[in-house]
Write a protein that binds this ligand. Structure first.
Ligand code: PEP
Length: 253
């Protein structure tokens, strides 16, 4: 079975002690995850070590960075490279979150560079894609998201593609409380898988975990995750609340 993943995206929230307390509360729940299930915490850069030390012995829990530079190294003040993350044994990195695309003008090409650097450094990228509201209202979301995949991913070899996780996050559902319906999520996930299959074949496409993101909560996670092509979620707001996120993890297939 494909990996089923509950990924928390803390964004720029919480102090370090609040973050540590949140992780402690989640660990106290004693969730036992199966081989094909994983919980990932994308925390701010300065909290990576704290999160690593808390989660190191907790089996299927892992730490992610929320971003990395598209440059290998050098005079890029304030940036963090994939190599630095690798040197800290960080196994995952969110790439291309819509907030990075919008506020930091990250293009599909820049994201392709970041993906390459992650893969060179044995980091699994959680590659985000998704359409804004006006594209959804115009009914052209499938081709919009297909272009994001084509321009950022399709230079990868089959082996490389199999190392990535995709998160479909319709921008109109992020932080808005407006979740895509189960049908909308399943339709887009099936489309993304078909696009991947068209380029890499059914076998490879069938192995890629595709997460849904956009106002996932404890109350809607189980229904969303039951869809055949939805392999878990990337969760913002609800991941900042221990009881909520515990229930979301427990909702994985
Ligand atoms: C996100 O940060 O990727 C996200 C989906 O946020 P929220 O769950 O708050 O909509």
């Amino acid at each position: 079975m494909r990996k089923q993943i509950a990924a928390a995206n803390w964004k720029m929230n919480l102090t370090v002690s609040q973050g540590a307390a949140l992780l402690d509360d989640i660990l106290k729940a004693g969730l036992s995850l199966s081989d094909h299930q994983q919980a990932i915490f994308a925390v701010p850069f300065p909290y990576l070590s704290m999160a690593q030390s808390k989660l190191a012995h907790s089996g299927r829990f892992a730490v992610a960075a929320q971003n990395c530079s598209n440059k290998k190294s050098g005079a890029f003040t304030g940036e963090v490279s994939a190599e630095m993350l690798h040197s800290m044994e960080i196994g995952y990195c969110v790439i291309g979150h819509s907030e990075r695309r919008e506020y930091f003008a990250e293009s599909n090409q820049v994201l392709a560079e970041k993906l390459d650097l992650c893969l060179e450094n044995q980091i699994t990228p959680i590659f985000c894609c998704g359409e804004p509201l006006q594209i959804r209202e115009a009914g052209i979301q499938n081709s919009y998201v297909e272009t994001q995949l084509r321009e950022s991913l399709f230079h990868l070899s089959q082996d490389q593609l199999e190392k990535i996780v995709i998160a479909y996050e319709p921008i109109w559902a992020i932080g808005t409380g407006r979740t895509a319906s189960t049908q909308q999520a399943q339709e887009m996930h099936a489309h993304l898988r078909a696009v991947l299959a068209g380029h890499y074949g059914d076998l490879v496409a069938g192995r890629i975990s595709i997460l849904y993101g956009g106002s996932v909560k404890a109350s809607n996670a189980a229904e969303l995750f039951q869809s055949p092509d939805v392999d878990g979620g990337l969760v913002g707001g609800a991941s900042l609340n221990a009881p909520e996120f515990i229930r979301i993890i427990a909702s994985l297939k």
